[in-house]
Write a protein that binds this ligand. Sequence first.
Ligand SMILES: *Cc1c(COP(=O)(O)O)cnc(C)c1O
Length: 434
Amino acid sequence: MSSNELNSSRLFSRALRIAPGGVHSPVRAFKGVGGEPIFFKSANGAYLRSVEGIEYIDFCQSFGPNILGHCDPDVKARVHEQIDIAWSFGASEPYSVELGQWVKARVHCVERLRFVSSGTEAVMSAMRVARAATGRSLILKFDGCYHGHADSLLVKSGSGLAGEASSDSAGVTTEVAGQTLVANLDDEESVNRAFAKHGAQIAAVIVEPLPANFGLLPQRREFLVHLMNQARLSGSLMIFDEVISGFRVGRGGMAERLCLVPDLVTYGKILGGGFPVGCYGGRKELMELVAPLGPVYQAGTLSANPVGMVAGLETLKKAETENAWWVLEERTKEFCRQINQTLQKLKAPLYMDHFASLFWLRSGAGEPIRQPQRIPAGQKKEFAAVFHAALKHKVYLPPSGYEVGFLSLAHTPEILMSAVDRLSAALEEVYGPS
Ligand SMILES: *Cc1c(COP(=O)(O)O)cnc(C)c1O
């Protein structure tokens, strides 16, 4: 392809003839904001560069994995070094030992772990372990939490009162959907109802301890404690899905921030430093049910891929050395404060929420939203208008009003100042006096 052909619109029409909707993961198609997707050719630090050569300040950061920013020089050097010697053995190697040790030494709920290649795979495997350990079949999940695309989790609340679910995707059978119960976040009663009716059959409760895949819906600690107590009383296991919050809200994720110890935990995103890595782990006797020690089968041709292992380890080591979690939280707080100042000045019907270095621009006033049904109806439309105005001012937000944004260490105070200026100009265009 000659370089003058590199144009997002032309690439999109070609992509449409290759992949469904022209994409390999649905949000990328811009259906949530309208218009055609931008095609990016390269990225560095806080910036993305489109095939047209336009540079954007990027707050999507691959939906979270790049906590150091794009193409961090130290991670890049380590990856180059690894690629020079080998990128897959399908055999034992030292790299997963090192990354595994790093994680185990820092996260108190992980006594044993297994690396896989995505968050979806991690969640699927953790559920299989929970079912094997308890000999029960049901999984209780929450409306507004996302756990990847395993069949049994692509469900929504059914009409029943005690959490019965129905399929939320074609191709998921009613039999499979029937193995899942759905309760409401921030609602102890809905949890009690599900346990009262089905407690003896619930193998595990799975929750995002910081729900961040349908807006940002921080939960009360007491709610999570209630959940864990109910699970314990019924002999069900507790799975924290920390694929997005793990190594993002702090070194030990939400489990450490809240001092809670789930039976099983899942990771992904940051753990691979931008390469496809997932992981599930937890109590020793549960994880020892997994093959080859135990009867739970789980395998992967590219599991613990050396490139992902070294990229993840270098990313985490550097994040720790640079005190990333504290630094990012402070920067995010200030960034959101300034954006909220602009929003207030313009009397815009929006608010910027944040938790650690995740943020969410959403409609409504400042009180925290903890349940998906409380997200104002105007969210999609308001966000779409701001998203496109931001693009004009060269800021790339995640292309959906229900996805959160991320800061990385590459978002220096100077870059953030420029981002505030650009976003303020964009907001003025949408909400200012015309
Ligand atoms: C991203 C995510 C997943 C799915 O991970 P993939 O790597 O996309 O399969 C699962 N759970 C949570 C909480 C996530 O944020």
